[in-house]
Design a protein around this ligand. Sequence first.
Ligand code: PLP
Length: 400
Amino acid sequence: GFRPASRISSIGVSEILKIGARAAAMKREGKPVIILGAGEPDFDTPDHVKQAASDAIHRGETKYTALDGTPELKKAIREKFQRENGLAYELDEITVATGAKQILFNAMMASLDPGDEVVIPTPYWTSYSDIVQICEGKPILIACDASSGFRLTAQKLEAAITPRTRWVLLNSPSNPSGAAYSAADYRPLLDVLLKHPHVWLLVDDMYEHIVYDAFRFVTPARLEPGLKDRTLTVNGVSKAYAMTGWRIGYAGGPRALIKAMAVVQSQATSCPSSVSQAASVAALNGPQDFLKERTESFQRRRNLVVNGLNAIEGLDCRVPEGAFYTFSGCAGVLGRVTPSGKRIESDTDFCAYLLEDSHVAVVPGSAFGLSPYFRISYATSEAELKEALERISAACKRLS
Ligand code: PLP
């Protein structure tokens, strides 16, 4: 029979996918399932972006492109980094891949030797630790619960660093917690990193445009120029421009790393899709005003969900600064018993109960390395969110 390679044998199928499959099956059986698990905006890709893709097809831009991004797209990315982040990257300090996920994969493949350590605060986007493991590195998971705003602290970072540490991975705003680092939150962490020149910093800025209230997004390479020569600044068009299916992510970073990442990509995909790259040029160079409107819409939904959850006894939801997720504590429902007599021992049990009893699909904190919590993606209609909150509230009331 088939024997999987040891580098993937410890990696299970993501809990998110399992719940998604179960929810989809229930939906097919005709059950009124509400799925709050999707990691993508519910908006459509803007028309001018679609038009640019169509134009590219008709101009014949349907062939292999330069290995790690067309000059046009790299220039648009250079402008974006300058305009929005105050960061100056040359074209050969920029790389483009098939999603930010492949950027992370290329970076880890290009830099990790077996046993090299990567510091990852939890809750984390599941792919971080799985990618590190596939690349035979060792994820060093640091629990950062709601009491620290789901943020890494300087003390915890300092304690996690060893001579084998290669990277620290930070994600702001975060999937799944929605927490974001302000300049003041970042400062002490950057000071720690300045003391450890062998440690590199990967920052995942995917959700930079989706921030609320007075929160001001900043990125570390700008805050601390002394770290720019060992920071990889990762971003993409998936979340900002509702382009998850186009599969374009990009990064700015030191030339030698960017070159090594291109070696990996050259034998994985040869280049990102030519059509998607043309579309991404239009997204980055085109009008940006719709972003504000979309963020306002997300903010209304965030408020709806946070208020709804905090009105339910047993749940406790921190107000997230960004992204389109809530990561709510559910310690208050543990130990309680469902109408069918099952004791809720964990966040996984709680989420299974919500799905089976109330037909609401949410993802347990265990899938993101931190319990007891559950994630809601609120990138869905307000009507559906209201209905889901009512069902969750009723389900919690039925616990004894
Ligand atoms: N980073 C974070 C934090 C994400 O949540 C996601 C998608 O869910 C990605 C990166 C990957 O985005 P993509 O591969 O679509 O560019």
